[in-house]
Design a protein around this ligand. Structure first.
Ligand SMILES: Nc1nc2c(c(=O)[nH]1)N[C@H]1C(S)=C(S)[C@@H](COP(=O)(O)OP(=O)(O)OC[C@H]3O[C@@H](n4cnc5c(=O)[nH]c(N)nc54)[C@H](O)[C@@H]3O)O[C@H]1N2
Ligand SMILES: Nc1nc2c(c(=O)[nH]1)N[C@H]1C(S)=C(S)[C@@H](COP(=O)(O)OP(=O)(O)OC[C@H]3O[C@@H](n4cnc5c(=O)[nH]c(N)nc54)[C@H](O)[C@@H]3O)O[C@H]1N2
Ligand code: SF4
Ligand SMILES: [Mo]
Length: 706
């Protein structure tokens, strides 16, 4: 029996873990008390990962679809040759641009998959390059690109030195943070209050985070009004830090011009937040000795996510809180993605074929997928290689995505399970998972509050015949005759960037510096600094003048679009939001017994007042209808959800052969959300998943049958 250091790769928190290995099996995982960031914290998902590795429903041999529709196990040679010859056939008949790729969320600590997927898309020259960022953060990449000149320059709150922290549309106590890797976030936020500061959580639901701090309820989808209202107060009351604005930005007059058009009464009626509260938040933010803001999925998945992000980002900027201790700060990556993505960072250099979505950093939004499959013509999408993703559940209009997946000439899925997505595949290629392969927190290192390097080797042999995602993709490309333009393996590329970076060994110049080999030899985390450095803006912004650009015309266009929206849709009087649960990870951990204990199920959360109006009862069944679709769910009546709001836990309604997940029941929630180009975030094509107008109707006093 031996113990090894590693870190959990399930979410961006990358908690330090100690794995006990016995007879080539991971028998136990426990939090690493000495990890610089997580300091002994971890959540049930990470601890339960031993069950994922050994899951009897896990696909551990390649599968090929038979004529009768069933899957049969095959050797790697058979499965790869079949995939490659089918891929060749599609390319020969329809051209390389008819092939698409999808890269999903679990790729964040996967060293090889993102590089190989990107290289495949580039080699094919395809515009059908989809990632889960388009149901998550493409609006943020876009805003980063427009403001700072680089998609990867994401500012996050420096809470440990902050005395006013505004959390909008995020539930970090459950999610453990996103675009912000900070460790013991609950304790860190509590410390702010203990120091005499304030933490305010703006959320339509009284979440696990909101309960612990000051809670301000907001109408879903209307954060953009809160932010613009706060900016209005700051400018009107002379609370802005004009010297910081002059030193750090250009185009602030354009921001002032837009904000001058904001009517505080309207900001109040749209957001549902009383004017005095907006004023208080604005004044407190501006007057705090150090203030910071964290906005995430509540805002990110709204209909105006790019504009909302622009305004939320403007708050620390105009109050002198950007790039200073306790404000919003930039990460200190040990592998510079800002450099690696300098070429990819961009916007609107082309548009998608059918819907005309502008590209974001070289990618199409998954909202474009169904129309690209279904619309004939040059460049029609015919084949998809899906890696670490389940868009049939997680994408907008998931019902249309499911249909479209079935219409492809070829679907190759790299996935450990037969899911709603991979069940449509012609070939399923099973990947190794955390602890069976090399891993590094490549994405999270961009947003670490305490910069920490870690790179871990495999601790056990792969289960069955599973292989590394990168190996599978490289082999698939080679056999299909697709030439990938990669100077080295993904591991070597990242190692090279590490060694050339600020903490690297400079290829021998700084012998005590970091290398992949050195880090992997122990798996130990290496703390690089106590906190991120500040005062870095000038050297990091990629605009020629080194200034933050506040005046891109797209923001004014979006503002005009916002002013034209309806306050209320009488046909759909409620607003739907998603609920993320501690023991789920988007759509993919519902097959783990340990996590599913306690009769967990999908349900629609309804405020008692709305329950009376709709005549729905706790434990009964209700129909939730939007302009896009209709689902039936069990009702939970709760005062945690605000009036006028309904909440549903997302990522349920499974199909495929993960038996526990399928037995858990539920519906395809995302059949309710729009995918039409004009109806989601227009500049980025980012999905609109929070704040969907819906209606509620009672079906029965009994719960729906599974
Ligand atoms: N346990 C667990 N952890 C996870 C995940 C998971 O599925 N489960 N997923 C991971 C991923 S991929 C991500 S991106 C992160 C997300 O991390 P977070 O964004 O912190 O997590 P969410 O729970 O999506 O938080 C969004 C919050 O916004 C609220 N909300 C909804 N609509 C609105 C609105 O219009 N305005 C405002 N102000 N609030 C609104 C919701 O009630 C919710 O509390 O979590 C990661 N961590
Ligand atoms: N309604 C609603 N929809 C949402 C959200 C929401 O809040 N509400 N959240 C959105 C967000 S923030 C995100 S990030 C997306 C996530 O969207 P996706 O990334 O499409 O979905 P996941 O559920 O993360 O599915 C991951 C898939 O990868 C597989 N997998 C896990 N590890 C590996 C691996 O190492 N290799 C390979 N090849 N496969 C692996 C899993 O089995 C699973 O099938 O969902 C979005 N959808
Ligand atoms: S919080 Fe995220 S990284 Fe930490 S143990 Fe849970 S799933 Fe793993
Ligand atoms: Mo996400």
């Amino acid at each position: 029996m031996s113990e090894y250091k590693t870190f959990c790769t399930v979410c961006e928190a990358v908690c330090g873990m100690i794995a006990t290995v016995e007879n080539d099996r991971v028998v136990k995982l426990r939090p690493d008390p000495d990890h610089p960031i997580s300091r002994g914290s971890a959540c049930p998902k990470g601890i339960a990962f031993t069950q994922v590795l050994e899951d009897p429903d896990r696909v551990v041999k390649p599968l090929i679809r038979q004529n009768d529709g069933s899957f049969a196990e095959a050797s790697w040679d058979e499965a790869l040759d079949r995939s490659a010859s089918r891929l060749r056939a599609v390319i020969e008949e329809h051209g390389p641009k008819s092939v698409g790729v999808y890269l999903g969320n679990p790729a964040t600590s996967n060293v090889s998959a993102p590089t190989l997927v990107g290289a495949l898309a580039a080699a094919l020259g395809t515009q059908h390059y989809f990632t889960s960022a388009s149901v998550d953060i493409n609006h943020l990449y876009l805003t980063n690109h427009l403001l700072y000149g680089n998609m990867c320059m994401t500012a996050f709150p420096d809470v440990d030195r902050s005395d006013f922290v505004l959390v909008v549309g995020a539930n970090p106590v459950v999610s453990h943070g996103s675009m912000w890797t900070t460790g013991r976030v609950r304790e860190q936020l509590r410390d702010v209050v203990e120091r005499g500061g304030r933490v305010v959580v703006v959320d339509p639901r009284r979440t696990e985070t909101a309960r612990l701090f000051e809670h301000v309820a907001v109408r879903p989808g209307e954060d953009v009004w809160l932010f613009s209202g706060m900016l209005k107060v700051i400018f009107d009351e002379g609370l802005s830090d004009d010297s910081a604005i002059a030193a750090q930005t250009r185009g602030a007059d354009e921001l002032r011009r837009l904000i001058a058009m904001v009517d505080l009464q309207k900001a109040t009626s749209r957001s549902g937040i009383p004017t005095e509260v907006i004023q208080d938040l604005a004044r407190s933010f501006a007057r705090a000795s150090a203030a910071s803001i964290h906005t995430r999925c509540g805002t990110s998945l709204s209909q105006f996510s790019t504009l909302a992000r622009y305004f939320s980002e403007a708050l620390p900027i105009v109050t002198g809180n950007l790039d200073r201790p306790g404000g919003n700060v930039f990460g200190d990556a040990w592998i510079s993605f800002e450099e690696m993505t300098a070429g990819a960072s961009g916007w609107n250099r082309w548009a998608t074929r059918v819907d005309g979505f502008p590209e974001v950093c070289g990618q199409s939004p998954i909202a474009a997928f169904a129309n690209e499959v279904e619309t004939p013509g040059e460049g029609q999408l015919r084949a998809l290689i899906c890696v670490c993703g389940n868009p049939a559940t997680t994408g907008p209009r998931s019902d249309r995505i499911r249909d479209a997946l079935g219409k492809l000439d070829l679907l190759i899925a790299l996935d450990p399970y037969i899911t709603e997505t991979s069940r449509h595949a012609d070939v399923v290629l099973p990947p190794t998972l955390w602890m069976e392969r090399e891993t590094a927190p490549l994405f999270s290192q961009l947003h670490m509050a305490i910069p920490t390097a870690q790179w871990c080797g495999p601790l056990v042999s792969p289960r069955g015949e599973t292989r590394d995602d990168g190996w599978i993709l490289a082999e698939l490309a080679r056999r299909a005759g697709i030439e990938l333009e990669l100077p080295a393996s993904a591991e070597e590329i990242h190692d090279g960037m590490l060694r050339m970076g600020p903490y690297g060994d400079g290829f021998g110049e700084r012998p005590e510096g970091l290398t992949r080999e050195r880090l992997m030899s122990t798996g130990e985390p290496v703390k690089l600094r106590d906190a991120v450095p500040t005062g870095v803006l000038g050297s990091r912004v990629r605009h020629d003048d080194g200034l933050v650009a506040l005046d891109h015309p797209i923001f004014a266009e979006e503002f005009t679009r916002l002013l034209g929206t309806l306050e209320e849709d009488p046909q759909y009087p409620l607003r739907l939001i998603s609920v993320r649960e501690l023991r789920s990870q988007n759509s993919w951990l519902h097959n783990v017994d340990k996590l599913m204990a306690g009769h967990r199920r999908q349900r629609v959360m309804v405020h008692p007042d709305d329950a009376v109006v709709a005549r729905v009862t706790d434990g009964g069944a209700a129909e939730v209808t939007s302009a896009n679709g209709r689902v039936t769910l069990e009702v939970e009546v709760t005062t945690d959800i605000g009036p006028g709001v309904v909440g549903v836990n997302h990522g349920w309604g499974h199909q495929g052969t993960w038996r526990r997940a399928v037995a858990a029941g539920g519906v395809a929630l995302n059949s309710l959300v729009p995918d039409q180009a004009g109806n989601i975030d227009v500049p980025s094509g980012n999905a609109f998943l929070n704040g969907i107008p819906v209606a509620l109707k009672a079906i029965s006093k009994q719960p729906p049958r599974a």
